[in-house]
Design a protein around this ligand. Structure first.
Ligand code: PGA
Length: 259
């Protein structure tokens, strides 16, 4: 099945804990310099700097009227309160942040984020009027034990449980096999496509046909050399890009995957 036209490709750069605010400004400026109107027509482009850089990058995007979307890598699920060191979804929304990565495997593994926390954050991001990029994916052990489909099914069901269909339809999902993140190993396009097909089937069971409008990204060692092959797959609607998004040349090539 061909990709429905409403699923416009989306390339989101997850900068993780890289680039201070001077570097972040330079990178977004260089990226904008390399991209043309056509590129934005073919593909939505989002950068997700560290929390401390969001304000600087937002200011540059707005003052230079860039067509680049702004994303955060995390937020707390409460609106406000005694949560030292945390930032809430409404605070991000106030700064014109449009996307928030939720439940990245690094947060799940290193910062103890459970499926329940991921679900709360997904709801908080939606309530603040932003788009959650909800991540799921299996470990190498799980893959070898052929538990990939069970793992992503559990994660997706937990993240979207009780959220109304229209809201789920407004989300982005990222399938990121943990063993492929930052390792140089990529899932084969066929494997990634098959797992994303499973994710979409689960979403369809939960919310019906609106699931066919949800953009599901692949993440894990995406680079200019493999993005074309991944994007040729019918279920893959874009990429969540870590390492290769740090370099504006590479990220621009990824955005231009068609050429
Ligand atoms: P990577 O990271 O592209 O460096 O593998 C992807 C991610 O974690 O989002």
């Amino acid at each position: 099945m061909a990709k429905p036209s409403q699923r416009k490709p989306l390339m989101a750069g997850n900068w993780k804990m890289h680039h201070n605010h001077f570097e972040a400004i330079q990178v977004v400026q260089k990226l904008a310099y390399r991209l043309e109107a056509d590129d934005y027509e073919n593909c939505d482009v989002v950068v997700c700097p560290t929390l401390i850089c969001l304000r600087s990058v937002q200011t540059v995007i707005e003052s230079d009227r860039m067509t680049i979307g702004l994303g955060a890598q995390n937020c707390h699920f409460e609106e406000k309160g005694a949560f030292t060191g945390e930032v809430s979804a409404p605070m991000l929304a106030k700064m014109n942040v449009g996307f928030v990565i939720v439940g990245h495997s690094e947060r799940r593994e290193m910062f103890g984020e459970t499926d329940d926390i991921v679900a709360k954050k997904t709801r908080a991001v939606l309530a603040a009027g932003m788009t959650p990029i909800v991540c799921c994916g299996e470990t190498l052990e799980e893959r070898e034990a052929e538990q990939t489909n069970d793992k992503v099914t559990t994660q997706i069901k937990a993240a979207f449980l009780g959220i109304k269909a229209d809201d789920v339809g407004a989300c982005v999902v990222a399938y990121e096999p943990i063993w492929a993140i930052g390792t140089g190993k990529t899932a084969t396009s066929e494997d990634a496509n098959a797992t994303i097909g499973v994710i979409r089937k689960v979403l369809r069971e939960m919310v019906g046909p609106i699931a066919d409008t949800i953009r599901i990204l692949y993440g894990g060692s995406v680079k200019p050399s493999n993005v074309g092959e991944l994007m040729a797959m019918p279920e893959i609607d874009g990429a969540l890009v870590g390492g290769a998004s740090l370099d504006p040349d590479d990220f621009a090539k990824i955005v231009r995957f068609k050429r």
